[in-house]
Design a protein around this ligand. Structure first.
Ligand code: CP
Ligand code: NVA
Length: 307
């Protein structure tokens, strides 16, 4: 029995396996319809969600199972019941649990006492299901993952950026990150990552100027400047990030390549990206969102031991 709390829980081989299965499931050459008949996923949400909630729920239903949406405000957790008791009780009803939480430790505590696999549907630390799916989207678009350069422009210290860095380190994908000094991916996080995956330091480079980071980029990736839970810092963050870290047509056209634009969504149009870029022919954000559904199926099947 395994949990999926961090992208580090998956090896390079597992990620490739998930990408290959997702391609076959999406393409219809593997039929998984009805395979999870009678299996139920619980989905704990401390924060809002459109893609993660709906893609997991639809994935479970299309696989023949079902999912129960459990916003924390409706659980006894909100009245002080412990995570331990919650995890132990939910394990008696459910087959798999997904949780979107503020503190990563909440997931670790749930996983510690859970007898069923726990999936991180986003925490303050990581968003691993997003990045596995994004790697599938890049593979689908380019037909490969090796020799792809991803340039991430924006908040380098958030959940999406960290999972992206882990994924690139694991798979050996070039990642150039451009962030303001105050929001650069933390040195201690990178040091630990490079220790964990020897040789991975050559894949990750850090910049302050987005124009330096995007040279030769196949993908420009961004995310919100203000992640959920950071709303009180809005004014300060916008002052620091804008206008320099906004993905504009000028930045997209400066790479020297035909570069695609990616964003995990939700986008804050006019902040981290302009309408022109996100609505351009180079934007693959809706394919990216769709692929969450196909990838969730494979992740669930993998964690339940079907692959
Ligand atoms: N990208 C993502 O996780 O979107 P939601 O917040 O809508 O789930
Ligand atoms: N970094 C964003 C991702 C949203 C899917 C956040 O945490 O709000």
């Amino acid at each position: 029995m395994m949990h999926f709390l961090s992208l580090l829980d998956f090896s390079r081989d597992i990620i490739y396996k998930i990408i290959t299965y997702t391609e076959n499931i999406k393409g219809g050459s593997i039929n998984v319809e009805g395979i999870l008949e009678g299996k139920i996923m619980g989905m704990i949400f401390e924060k809002p969600s459109t893609r993660t909630r709906v893609s997991f729920e639809v994935a479970m239903k299309q696989l023949g199972g079902d999912a129960i949406y459990l916003p924390t405000s409706t659980l006894q957790l909100s009245r002080g019941e412990s995570l331990k008791d919650t995890a132990k009780v939910l394990s008696r009803y459910l087959d798999i649990l997904m949780a979107r939480v503020y503190k990563h430790e909440t997931l670790e505590e749930l996983a510690k006492y859970s007898d069923i696999p726990v999936i991180n549907g986003l925490s303050d630390l990581e968003h691993p299901v997003q990045i596995v799916s994004d790697f599938y989207t890049i593979y689908e678009y380019f037909g490969k993952l090796h020799r792809i350069k991803i340039s991430y422009v924006g908040d380098g210290n958030n959940n999406v950026a960290r999972s992206l860095a882990i994924g690139c380190a694991l798979l050996g994908i070039d990642l150039a990150m451009a962030s303001p000094r105050e929001y650069t991916i933390s040195e201690s996080f990178l040091r630990e990552l490079f220790n964990r995956i020897p040789g991975s330091e050559k894949y990750i480079s850090i910049y302050q100027d987005p124009y330096d980071a995007v040279v030769g980029a196949d993908v420009i990736y961004t995310d919100t400047f203000i992640s959920m839970g950071m709303e009180s810092e809005t004014e300060e963050r916008l002052r620091i990030f804008l206008p320099k870290y906004q993905v504009t047509m000028d930045l997209l056209n400066s790479t020297g390549k035909d570069t695609v634009f990616m964003h995990c969504l939700p986008a804050h149009r006019g902040h981290e990206v302009t309408d022109e870029v996100i609505d351009s022919e180079n934007s693959i954000v809706y394919d990216q969102a769709e692929n969450r559904l196909h990838t969730q199926k494979t992740i669930i099947l993998y964690l339940l031991g079907y692959l």
